[in-house]
Design a protein around this ligand. Structure first.
Ligand code: HEM
Length: 561
């Protein structure tokens, strides 16, 4: 542009050229920009000065701590976390991260209707999840949350029970080929959780998809690897650099695989909708239907009988009014398509973003949770005995499907599940961007506007001030008398407050049916102990070495009912 204004020629015998002018102005312009940048960040520095944390290197800060494999980074960061208190600042280049692990401080952030903006790192999800519920903010997030949350209410979830049973039975059949040999159960859990989502929340039969649930799950895992690399290698954060790398090409291919499934799902559902078909079109085999076994359970018992993965005192928009009107009782994609018919609440692109979001959040988290659960059962044989005893007391020697009332009886299994989510929370950290200063409750600290706040769920769940023996797998941590005096925000696997997980109840119900069905048929063995797990936190917490277990068929004489 400047070349057209000031011709880039050498003046006869002179030295003033356009490039000379450019270089002459570059230095003062840079100095001015730097001065402005420093002044605009003064507040950030002033308020963070008294927050403890590693001093780091000039310019880079602690960026080098994030070099290496995900498992190395996780181990290093967790070890470092013991050097400081419950409010820690870390500079990563110019970025200020503040880690919070005191439940009183965490409550201030998570319960707020103001601090709802996700950290800037979530933008790496955009090409994949668009502006779906996980990432969006402001009015768009509010309107869509209001629309989507009721589609995960208990009354809707109860209509999924037969499909949870049918799919869990299929997993048991598939697992037969792994009898008595070591294998990675996460592969099976990923495939099952994708297929269950397709048949329940999306309401389409998995048989109509030409891609298997596993292909989709694999693409998601590889996509998470790339996103994790962008979080840790700071030079890849800039889109223009990232787009020059092979990761960008790989990402394009993976997004194509992921989006081709979600596009097909929406297309099929729309076609069904136009034919007047509502609800799931997935078929349930007769022997997985629960109607004749179901006892009537009042919604009051339901709320009191199940914590759904939350501390008992925490309530959110999933807990209000379980007896919602008949009209509102629609599953996720049915409701979105119906809402889009008038084009006001949600348009086609937004439906796709939400479907992508639910397909991701709904499967990878529960695949990790169930794989950790099975690994822990394999390690703690005595605890597995008690779970199996409880299941056998509920089902006897019958092979009938699990009813909703049965899931309420699975109290010990539920405690084991909660303890699994405590020790190995699938979402190990939550990050928010502060748009205004926040005074903390735990000490004389004020978090400055512009800081990235990292809620360290993994660390909070291992705090010896809250859990007497935090590294021991002890389901009795969730006995009512032990939970009673705990701060509500000291157990937050599903986050909490207005941006809590909308799939919390769905996840707990599905996991109870899936895991109890597996344990009705198999006993789990594991040669490793949990201290040997190589944890890696690339978006979702996993075992880097895979979730290796062995299954032994249980010797039960089953009868039909
Ligand atoms: C064990 C299973 C699960 C765990 C541990 C889990 C955990 C979480 C956590 C911690 C968040 C907050 C994330 C953040 O703020 O960055 C979240 C949000 C979310 N989860 Fe889950 N989740 C699980 C299962 C599910 C399922 C089954 C679904 C859907 C079917 C789901 C859908 C969502 C959505 C849509 C959000 C975003 C909510 C919002 O921002 O309004 N999750 N989940």
């Amino acid at each position: 542009m400047s070349a057209t204004v000031i011709p880039d020629t050498v003046a006869p015998g002179g030295v003033i050229t356009a490039s000379n002018v450019f270089y002459l102005l570059l230095l003062p312009a840079t100095l001015l920009f730097y001065a402005y940048w420093k002044i605009s960040r003064r507040h950030l520095h002033e308020l963070s000065n008294n927050i403890p944390g590693p001093s780091g290197l000039p310019i880079l800060g602690s960026a080098l701590e994030f070099v290496g494999s995900s498992a190395d980074i996780f181990k290093r960061m967790y070890a470092k976390s013991f050097e400081f208190g419950k409010v820690v600042k870390i500079w990563v280049g110019p970025k200020l991260l503040i880690f919070l692990t005191d439940p009183r401080d965490v409550e201030i952030i998570l319960s707020s209707h103001v601090h709802i903006d996700k950290a800037s790192e979530y933008r790496f999800f955009k090409p994949w999840l668009g502006d779906g519920l996980l990432i969006s903010t402001g009015q768009k997030w509010r309107a869509h949350r209001k629309l989507i949350a009721p589609t995960f209410h208990l009354n809707v979830l109860k209509s999924f029970i037969d499909l949870f049973n049918a799919n869990s039975r299929e997993v048991v059949q598939k697992l037969k080929k792994e009898n008595n040999k070591e294998f990675d159960c996460h592969d099976y859990m990923s495939e099952a959780t994708v297929e269950i989502l397709l048949e329940t929340a999306m309401g389409v039969s998995k048989k109509t998809q030409d891609q298997s649930g596993y292909d989709y799950a694999l693409a998601v895992m590889k996509m998470c690897d790339i996103l994790h690399i962008r979080h840790t290698k700071i030079w890849l954060r800039a889109d223009w650099i990232f787009n020059l790398t092979q990761y960008a090409t790989k990402q394009k291919g993976l997004i194509h695989t992921i989006h081709s499934l979600t596009r097909k799902v929406i297309k099929r559902k729309r076609a069904d909708f136009e034919k007047g078909i509502r609800g799931s079109t997935a078929e349930v085999p007769e022997d997985a239907k629960t109607l004749k076994y179901e006892k009537n359970v009042s919604s009051k018992t339901v709320v009191e009988g199940l914590s759904y993965g939350q501390s008992a005192g925490l309530k959110d928009d999933l807990d209000v009014d379980d007896d919602i009107g008949e009209k509102k009782r629609m599953a996720f994609l049915d409701l979105l398509i119906e809402a889009s018919q008038n084009g006001v609440v949600i348009n086609d692109e937004e439906i796709k973003e939400q479907v992508d979001t639910i397909m991701f959040e709904g499967h990878d988290t529960t695949a990790a949770g169930s794989s950790f659960f099975l690994s822990l059962m394999g390690i703690h044989q005595d605890i597995q005995d008690r779970v199996i005893q409880e299941i056998d007391e509920i089902f006897g020697d019958s092979d009938r499907p699990a009813t909703f009332a049965d899931t309420l009886e699975m109290k010990y299994l539920e405690r084991c599940l909660m303890e699994t989510l405590r020790m190995f929370p699938p979402v190990p950290i939550i990050a928010r961007q502060l748009r205004q200063d926040v005074k903390l409750a735990s000490g004389d600290y004020t978090l400055p506007t512009g800081a990235t706040i990292v809620i360290g769920t993994f660390k909070i769940h291992r705090d010896p001030d809250t859990y007497a023996n935090p590294d021991k797998f002890d389901p009795d941590n969730f006995l009512p008398e032990r939970s009673a005096n705990r701060h509500y925000y000291s157990f937050i696997p599903f986050s909490a407050g207005p941006r809590s997980c909308v799939g919390r109840k769905y996840a707990m119900l599905k996991l109870k049916i899936l895991l109890s069905t597996i344990l009705r048929h198999y006993r789990v063995q594991s040669d490793l102990k949990e201290k040997d797990f190589q944890l890696q936190a690339d978006i979702i917490l996993k075992r880097a070495e895979g979730f290796k277990i062995k299954l032994e068929p249980r010797k039960r004489q089953l009868r039909a009912a």
